[in-house]
Every structure is written in C-alpha cells, then in structure tokens.
Design a protein around this ligand. Sequence first.
Ligand code: SAH
Ligand code: DHB
Ligand code: MG
Length: 231
Amino acid sequence: MTQEELQREPQEQWAEVDHFITDLLAPDDEALTAALAASDAAGLPAIGVAGNQGKLLYLLARLQGARTVLEIGTLGGYSTIWLARALPESGRLISLEYSPEHAEVARANLARAGLDSIAEVRTGAALESLPKLAAEPGAGPFDLFFIDADKWNNPRYVEWALRLSRPGSVIIVDNVVRGGSVLNPDSADPAVVGTRETYELIAREPRLEATAVQTVGSKGYDGFLLARVVS
Ligand code: SAH
Ligand code: DHB
Ligand code: MG
C-alpha cells in the first residue's frame, strides 16, 4: 500500500471503494439518476441506500424469487426502484411513507422508471397504515420486507412483518449498526434504543433465523440485518 493510501481518512477510502464497486457492478441508469436528482431538487435528505446496496436489495429479492414486497420508509423511492425491478410484471410492491412530500416525489420517480403499475406508495404513519393493509382482502403474505423508516418503531415493524409473512419470507432491516452506537445500552437516542430492542426481539423469536452484517461505504459505517421466517 502506498503512503498516500495509508494516510487517507477511512471514510474517504470507503466512499472511493464504494464508487469503484458501484461504477462497475451497479451503476445508476437514467431512472435512478433522475430519481436522485428529483429527490435532491425537492430538498429530501440524501439518506437512501447507496447504489451497491440497492443492487444488493435487488439481488436478495431475485434470489428469494419475490413477487410481493413491503417496504417501510420510501423517501424518494430509490430503494423502491431497485426492489420493484426485481419483481415480475405481475409482482406487487407496497411502500409506506409518512411524509406526503416524500411520497409525491417517490411516486413521480417510480412513474418515470416505468414501475407505477408494480409499486404503490401509501402515505401515513406506517403503524397506522399497517393495520389497514392487514385488513384488506388478499393483503400479503409478502415475500420480502425492507424496513427503513423511523428506527424507534423497528420492533413494531418486525412484528407486523411477521404477521404479514409466510414461512420463507425474508425481512431486511437497514441501519442496524449506526456507527457502532448500537453497542451503547444507555443511549438516549431513540434510534439506538429501537435498534437494540429489535435485535433482542429477533434473538428470542423462534419463528425467525437471522444475522446482521456491518458495512462501510459511501454511507458511512452501518449495517443490515437479514432474517428468514422459519414458520
Ligand atoms: N428506503 C429509502 C430511504 C428511507 S429514509 C431508500 O433507501 O432509498 C426513511 C423514510 O422513512 C423517510 O422518508 C421518512 O419520512 C420515513 N418515515 C419516518 N417515519 C415514518 C413512519 N412512522 N411511517 C412511515 N414512514 C416514516
Ligand atoms: C438515516 C436513515 C436511514 O434510513 C439511513 O439509511 C441513514 C440515515 C437517518 O435518519 O439519519
Ligand atoms: Mg436506511
């Protein structure tokens, strides 16, 4: 390794490696580029998954053979586009988003990507939308869940995912490491408390088998949790 590489800030290096990977294996096409530009123009925060992470979501959905996806936390629909692209024409994705402004940007981004017949964004607090969704005839089971909204409620979202699942369903939770802050049992940060409770809930839930992996990259130091519904 050169002296220059050794002295580089880790975050800078993680971001450069992410760009190297993304440029080769997961480049944004026109619709994804336009989705990010429209999200930025509308003032949405740039907190969506990175390109290579979006591709990971897409691949997991393909490996799962998913036909139905439930996402919690849409933002501008960047992860939604990746997930919806993994589904067959007859597939269905529902994404729950609290902010009407975010939902509007996401709907336009999905339409531009040609995915509006597959992906639907529902506005409202997810804990209000979920019981309504569950009461609909033919709602679920979903083959894959992506939980990426207010982290405080993640334990509730995992419980709802279980309720709307079948044996073999996959549950992915984003941001489960948060720069390592997940280690702090005394944290006053609701995101950390919610994330720690999520691990504990999953650890004692016999219907789930799960792991989590730490990630570094353009989005910093964080991680994904992956669970499979056993029964
Ligand atoms: N999945 C997106 C990023 C989502 S960011 C991507 O990777 O591209 C988190 C989103 O969750 C924000 O848009 C925020 O408005 C939304 N959110 C926050 N609290 C929520 C709630 N209670 N119900 C539904 N969505 C919520
Ligand atoms: C935040 C939320 C996310 O879903 C994410 O991937 C990164 C950051 C946040 O609320 O700061
Ligand atoms: Mg996230």
